[in-house]
Design a protein around this ligand. Structure first.
Ligand code: EPZ
Length: 420
């Protein structure tokens, strides 16, 4: 069993290099299957979800070799199968992108239904609807999704919800569809744009990624190519919030400041100094953090993946804040753990009412999902005394060298392994 322990109360000071975006990586690695040539993907984050995907591709007979920690070479010319087993991908959610990639190129795919997670059912009905609109037959039984098609034909697909996963998955499948596909009410997140840019580098014809309507004109073939993943908006935001909660002074490097606009605006509203300079943002905290109201929205709104971390920060601000979760039906599992650290939060439906107070106190807590775990780390950095966080496996899915990067800017944090 592994725990992360933090002795709180230390100001974070210094600079952090941000890794490649997890949510771009877990789309682009499978999307490389669409290429009939060798792909070199750079700036991959060294995280568990990427390793799980690489294992799954290797099990399909795809040649995947790490050139270095953050660079992967993918050559799918000798692929042997289009069927993924449950055990190969049960530890991650975004295995569903393998469906779009395999269906697009080979017109056949069998991938396990992704498990739910601790903040909702997280259905993939919109993904399936899109594949069927392109001409695929979908069969779901025994926990497996099987998608087959004689051919895929471009069409107009309206997404009832601007789903990131459905947008990306349909886009990947449509690159080989005959004719033109329009995805309407598409998600605009940075990782949607990154995946489109990657596919276009391989010879796809995708226009409009980052807007409400994405147009994909089908092509006969995608060649190989080199591509570098965008920086991780959520990792960067987590360190920016950690700077604020410790009244520190932290610069996050190798980022795209535009991706952080919603958080930068909120931290400024709370009284922090937020200084953008090229590919960096510097956050300088304040003794007098002000409460503010936050509502998560699709990009460019405030990202739901920074909701738990932001609630930890609001727990130590002066005044009452409202955190409204408008993307997932229920993302408040982290609250009961923050209460153990002394936070004062009530949840009414999709709104958390957060009574800020100037101190949290260290305790034993457990992370219930990736970003809930990040929130506990952030809260532990500010809490008086020692905080011990269990279930660190979640953190390893999405944060590269989390303790190492925090230690380098002054945190007193370590990982403890206890034989069960
Ligand atoms: C992606 O999940 C991210 N994961 C999530 O990040 C992120 O929270 C989410 O987008 C929202 O930004 C990856 O990119 C791998 P959605 P995804 O489809 O694509 C509903 C993290 O911590 N919906 O945009 O699964 C859904 O229930 C993770 O990095 C349907 O109803 O999210 C939700 O309410 C957590 N039917 C809303 O849409 C569908 O077919 C948005 O979900 C698909 C989604």
């Amino acid at each position: 069993m592994e725990y992360i322990t933090i002795k709180g109360g230390k100001k974070l000071v210094g600079s952090v290099d941000i890794s490649g975006a997890k949510n771009a990586a877990v789309a682009i690695v499978p999307a490389a299957i669409a290429a009939q040539g060798v792909c070199i993907i750079e700036n991959l984050p060294a995280i568990k979800d990427v390793n799980v995907l690489v294992g799954a591709l290797r099990n399909l007979g795809i040649d995947c070799q790490f050139i270095d920690t953050h660079t992967l070479k993918i050559d799918s010319q000798n692929i042997k199968s289009c069927a993924i087993t449950y055990d190969q991908v049960k530890d991650m959610r975004a295995s569903y992108y393998l469906l779009g990639a395999l269906l697009g190129r080979f017109k056949h795919a069998q991938v396990p239904l992704p498990g739910g997670c601790n903040f909702g059912l997280r259905p993939i009905d919109l993904h399936m609807k899109g594949f069927e609109a392109l001409g695929a037959k979908i069969n779901i039984e025994h926990g497996m999704v099987t998608a087959t098609a004689e051919k895929l034909t471009g069409t107009n697909i309206y997404l009832d919800i601007s789903s990131v996963g459905a947008t990306i998955n349909i886009m990947i499948a449509a690159v080989y569809a005959e004719g033109v596909t329009h995805i309407e009410n598409a998600a605009k997140e940075p990782h949607v744009v990154d995946t489109a840019n990657f596919l276009n580098k391989l010879g796809a014809k995708i226009k409009g990624a980052g807007t409400d309507i994405i147009r994909i004109t089908g092509v006969e073939r995608l060649h190989g190519g080199e591509y570098s993943i965008i920086p991780d908006q959520i990792e960067a935001g987590t360190y920016m919030i950690a700077a604020a909660i410790t009244n520190g002074d932290v610069q996050v490097n190798h980022i795209i400041p535009k991706h952080m606009d919603s958080l930068s605006a909120k931290l400024t509203e709370m009284g922090c100094k937020v200084i953008e300079n090229g590919d960096t943002i510097r956050v300088i905290g304040t003794e007098n953090l002000q409460a503010c109201n936050v509502k998560t929205m699709f990009y460019p709104g405030f990202p739901t993946d920074l909701h738990p971390q932001m609630s930890a920060l609001l727990s130590v601000a002066n005044g009452t804040s409202l955190m409204t979760e408008a993307v997932f039906e229920h993302r408040f599992q982290y609250v009961k753990e923050l209460l153990r650290l002394g936070a004062n939060i009530k949840v009414e439906g999709r709104v958390a009412i957060i009574e800020g107070k100037n101190t949290l106190s260290g305790a034993q807590v457990t992370s219930t999902d990736l970003r809930a775990g990040a929130a506990l780390i952030v809260a532990g950095l500010a809490a008086h005394g020692t905080t011990s966080i269990g279930n660190v496996k979640y953190l390893d899915r999405g944060y590269e060298r989390f303790e190492e990067k925090l230690t380098a800017i002054g945190a007193d944090i370590s990982r403890v392994h206890i034989d069960e």
